[in-house]
Design a protein. Structure first.
Length: 314
């Protein structure tokens, strides 16, 4: 395992809760550092997700070179491991030239894969997902999740019942190897070789939730439902795309199936994003490397960027 680079860091990682203003802060931050931006967002990478993923605006993309924004299709394989390998290559190439890189995102799995490494998918056994999914439908999610809790309690603890693919992957791995996937991942991780600093941007919780609620309403006004209809017409839904089994998208499908009304859909989206914010806060509280950056939402993003840049260079 390569030892981390102990030199002055050139990699700045800007994490933060949803609706904390990461994008607005990242642009002046990258400009002040002459850096390029790597998006560590699990949904912004897809060209088809133009509203629910809240990608950077065209003028923001034009101001600073971005990587992994609207560069993939939902038809293409793209995992946290794929992201980490590609991002690390960009970071290495820039660090070799003493150039800075700003990594921006709130996708916790993507950031963990980049910073700490993930279990290589090349070492995974062959898993019959068709048979497993049929078993999931036959036995039901409750019974299958109980089995997962026995086989791999660590993965079970962080797996939502809606994420059947993650559960089936862990179950299938244990059945094929007799070993827990969580242990394999932990033992085979290789950390990011380059030195970095990790910042976590957050604001007052009540104000953050208010921004989350207003963002959901804005997305619906911009045509989120029509976007999901278009995805359905292309053959994509929450059963065949991990990106669509996430807040903002997975709540629209039941609405289109007539399972609840528009108002309930809006409330479900807002509630799901608020819960995600709670998970982000919990996640980064556990990471002792994270430097917490508190912001007031009336504060100019340029001023916040300057504060972070001073700390980073200091």
């Amino acid at each position: 395992m390569a030892a981390p680079d102990k030199r002055i860091p050139l990699v700045l990682i800007l994490a933060g809760t949803t609706a904390s203003g990461k994008t607005e802060v990242s642009i002046p931050l990258a400009l002040s550092m002459n850096a390029e931006i790597i998006s560590a967002d699990s949904r912004q990478v897809y060209r088809e997700l133009k509203i629910g993923s809240a990608p950077p605006r065209e003028e923001q993309l034009a101001a600073v070179p971005h990587h992994f924004v609207a560069t993939k299709s939902l038809t293409e394989r793209w995992t946290a491991g794929d992201f980490a390998r590609a991002a690390r290559e960009i970071i290495k190439n820039r660090s070799d030239k003493s150039l800075s890189t700003v990594v921006v995102g709130g996708s916790m799995l993507y950031l963990r894969a980049l910073i700490d490494g993930l279990y290589s998918s090349e070492n995974e056994p062959t898993i019959d997902y068709v048979a497993l999914r049929s078993e999931w439908e036959r036995r039901g999610s409750d019974e299958m999740m109980q089995e997962l809790e026995q086989l791999d309690p660590e993965i079970a603890a962080r797996t939502n019942r809606a994420d059947s693919h993650r559960a089936l992957r862990a179950i299938g791995h244990f059945r094929a190897t007799g070993k827990r996937l969580s242990e394999m991942r932990r033992n085979e991780r290789e950390p990011l070789p380059q030195a970095f600093k990790l910042y976590f941007l957050h604001g007052d919780r009540v104000e953050t939730y208010d921004r989350v609620n207003r963002r959901a309403e804005d997305m619906l006004k911009q045509g989120l439902v029509d976007e999901v209809k278009q995805l359905l017409s292309l053959g994509f839904d929450e059963t065949n795309s991990n990106a669509l089994r996430t807040h903002g998208y997975q709540e629209v499908f039941p609405y289109l199936r007539g399972e609840y009304d528009y108002e309930t859909m809006r409330e479900e989206i807002q509630k799901a994003v608020r819960h995600y914010v709670k998970r982000q806060l919990t996640w980064f509280r556990r990471d002792t490397r994270a430097i917490w950056v508190s912001r007031v939402f009336t504060e100019n993003p340029i001023d916040i960027a300057e504060r972070i840049c001073r700390e980073f260079k200091g």
